[in-house]
Design a protein around this ligand. Sequence first.
Ligand SMILES: *[C@@H]1O[C@H](CO)[C@@H](O)[C@H](O)[C@H]1NC(C)=O
Ligand SMILES: *[C@@H]1O[C@H](CO)[C@@H](O)[C@H](O)[C@H]1NC(C)=O
Ligand SMILES: *[C@@H]1O[C@H](CO)[C@@H](O)[C@H](O)[C@H]1NC(C)=O
Ligand SMILES: *[C@@H]1O[C@H](CO)[C@@H](O)[C@H](O)[C@H]1NC(C)=O
Ligand SMILES: *[C@@H]1O[C@H](CO)[C@@H](O)[C@H](O)[C@H]1NC(C)=O
Ligand SMILES: *[C@@H]1O[C@H](CO)[C@@H](O)[C@H](O)[C@H]1NC(C)=O
Ligand SMILES: *[C@@H]1O[C@H](CO)[C@@H](O)[C@H](O)[C@H]1NC(C)=O
Ligand SMILES: *[C@@H]1O[C@H](CO)[C@@H](O)[C@H](O)[C@H]1NC(C)=O
Ligand SMILES: *[C@@H]1O[C@H](CO)[C@@H](O)[C@H](O)[C@H]1NC(C)=O
Ligand SMILES: *[C@@H]1O[C@H](CO)[C@@H](O)[C@H](O)[C@H]1NC(C)=O
Ligand SMILES: *[C@@H]1O[C@H](CO)[C@@H](O)[C@H](O)[C@H]1NC(C)=O
Ligand SMILES: *[C@@H]1O[C@H](CO)[C@@H](O)[C@H](O)[C@H]1NC(C)=O
Length: 536
Amino acid sequence: MDPHSSPCTLWTCLLVWGISLGHVEGASRKPNIVLILTDDQDVSLGGMTPLKKTKELIADHGITFSNAYVVSALCCPSRSSILTGRYPHNHRVVNNTIAGNCSSKAWQKTQEPNAFPVLLNSIGYQTFFAGKYLNQYGAEEAGGISHVPPGWSYWYALEKNAKYYNYTLSNNGRAQHHGENYSLDYLTDVLSNVSLDFLNYKSNNEPFFMMIATPAPHSPWTAAPQYQKSFSNVSAPRTSNFNVHGKDKHWLIRQAKTPMSNTSIQYLDNAFRRRWQTLLSVDDLIEKLLKNLETRGELNNTFIFFTSDNGYHTGQFSLPIDKRQLYEFDIKVPLLVRGPGIKPNQISKSLVANVDLAPTILDIAGYNLNKTQIDGMSFLPILNNSPNVTWRTDILVEYQGEGLNVSDPSCPSMGPGVTQCFPDCVCEDAYNNTYACVRTIAAAYDLQYCEFDDTEVFVEVYNLTADSNQLTNIAKTIDQEILQKMNRRLMMLQSCSGPSCRTPGVFDPRFRFDPRMMFMAQGPQDQQKIFKVTQT
Ligand SMILES: *[C@@H]1O[C@H](CO)[C@@H](O)[C@H](O)[C@H]1NC(C)=O
Ligand SMILES: *[C@@H]1O[C@H](CO)[C@@H](O)[C@H](O)[C@H]1NC(C)=O
Ligand SMILES: *[C@@H]1O[C@H](CO)[C@@H](O)[C@H](O)[C@H]1NC(C)=O
Ligand SMILES: *[C@@H]1O[C@H](CO)[C@@H](O)[C@H](O)[C@H]1NC(C)=O
Ligand SMILES: *[C@@H]1O[C@H](CO)[C@@H](O)[C@H](O)[C@H]1NC(C)=O
Ligand SMILES: *[C@@H]1O[C@H](CO)[C@@H](O)[C@H](O)[C@H]1NC(C)=O
Ligand SMILES: *[C@@H]1O[C@H](CO)[C@@H](O)[C@H](O)[C@H]1NC(C)=O
Ligand SMILES: *[C@@H]1O[C@H](CO)[C@@H](O)[C@H](O)[C@H]1NC(C)=O
Ligand SMILES: *[C@@H]1O[C@H](CO)[C@@H](O)[C@H](O)[C@H]1NC(C)=O
Ligand SMILES: *[C@@H]1O[C@H](CO)[C@@H](O)[C@H](O)[C@H]1NC(C)=O
Ligand SMILES: *[C@@H]1O[C@H](CO)[C@@H](O)[C@H](O)[C@H]1NC(C)=O
Ligand SMILES: *[C@@H]1O[C@H](CO)[C@@H](O)[C@H](O)[C@H]1NC(C)=O
């Protein structure tokens, strides 16, 4: 048929449209989806405490995942995993710089065109983005702010990293500068306002997807004026690993000065309070958004996801403030979901990860996941309380250490490292703080197995059942057979792609040892690793 000829007459077209419009507005219309993503919000150290309204509006009406993890505890790799549903070794974003593929041209060419918003958009979703995207978004070498990633119908993205005032937004590719007047510029509130505007101007004929990515509670922790005195009596929690020397851990943790100086402790307590203060504006945003959806009668047809890009620590193992490490405080995040069909007030212990967000959202929208290269898996059956769901028992966590290009006097004789001064300087990262872990949560096992890619091939293993704060590295005492199983599983996951990332873990009753997979996964270096690890 001539592609330009109309397949129907005006009269029959109207009939068809009329019928399909009626259909769209009816009960079978696809649900809307909202993803709210905070920046650096922990869950292990009380990060959800300030969000009282969010808990009531999302958690009490839906499900809280108590074992939600990120596959890399750093902003850009984590956000890239959220967008692609892939592990870092597959999306290739390894750190927060363009050289590490953060929003790089290579990312724009190979990953961004397959990100889940593109797929949602292709099946008729209106897509809206507001907030922090990827740390290098808008950088000149990455095409500047005129680069609007494919798949987004409406785009309000922050240039580069988290800020609260004095920033530039890409308003659908055009620069919008903001100063420091609270009532015009406070970024969390601007995101709230542009989100409500979107609900006003969006089309009512197609379902929508919104992603709102707040700067809070990332540094510089600038609270709204009305919240700057909140939590004045709160201090960072003195967990059993607070201000404790991680003596049996890898070198980066061992070098942290213990006890921390009083000035460092004052600094981290102050940071802790200010982080909570910034979250109060996020709580307001969520309340306004959900009330607005309710008023429109759309809340009951909308899934709302709330999560963070990584956790955070304040004084654990004497590391004053940052993320990046393999411990629960840095890799575990909040995850709350409400939506049609989700029963209220549920808590799920299922092991889920940020790579699962894309497939879950696509599954909700009815996209055929078989057509994707996604590593994660849809947890929609858990949301739906489907009977007899067999869920995975392990995930991969991988991190490539960041360094600076100058030798830093505060990381004495350690070469390049990322140092933070509070005012005492502590080395929080280095190139060889590069590791990969298997985090296992199975019926009888709650374990973490990690290997460092450094000259020591250092191994850390934790039994979270006995030691939830990861005080004791049991690499040398754990049953050698378990150690070897986890080592092999780690190597397999480090080279997994798509379905192989979802194969049953070694503590899963469905696990079947496949020697072919082993040989595919292992190069000579890995063989050597097995040898070294099993000799420790
Ligand atoms: C960046 O991504 C490209 C495309 O996937 C890849 O070829 C390159 O090796 C990646 N760079 C790094 C540092 O991983
Ligand atoms: C914003 O920029 C102005 C002008 O450069 C500066 O004076 C002010 O301190 C900045 N404010 C914040 C909160 O960064
Ligand atoms: C901030 O903006 C508001 C609204 O435009 C205006 O009324 C107020 O005077 C501004 N404040 C400052 C300090 O410029
Ligand atoms: C957001 O909208 C409200 C209501 O219109 C307004 O009072 C407030 O100043 C706006 N805030 C920002 C940062 O634009
Ligand atoms: C801080 O003050 C509030 C209100 O007075 C009180 O409810 C809370 O228990 C106090 N918290 C701490 C840590 O002292
Ligand atoms: C540090 O704080 C502790 C507990 O508050 C106090 O006992 C100690 O004297 C302080 N040390 C210094 C050097 O100020
Ligand atoms: C959702 O709420 C609207 C407005 O309150 C109502 O008309 C509609 O029937 C509800 N739909 C469902 C599926 O509960
Ligand atoms: C996806 O692939 C699986 C396994 O091959 C198959 O069982 C399933 O029917 C496929 N789903 C769709 C929607 O094509
Ligand atoms: C779920 O498991 C129960 C008990 O094993 C079984 O009776 C039931 O048929 C299963 N349901 C489905 C839908 O597979
Ligand atoms: C980021 O990763 C790239 C590629 O591995 C590396 O060249 C660069 O030094 C890294 N940047 C930092 C700050 O570590
Ligand atoms: C880590 O790197 C630093 C220099 O960057 C070096 O001094 C140290 O020996 C390395 N440690 C290990 C265990 O590889
Ligand atoms: C972990 O700790 C629990 C509680 O002490 C213990 O029962 C279990 O055997 C330990 N698991 C391993 C693998 O060591």
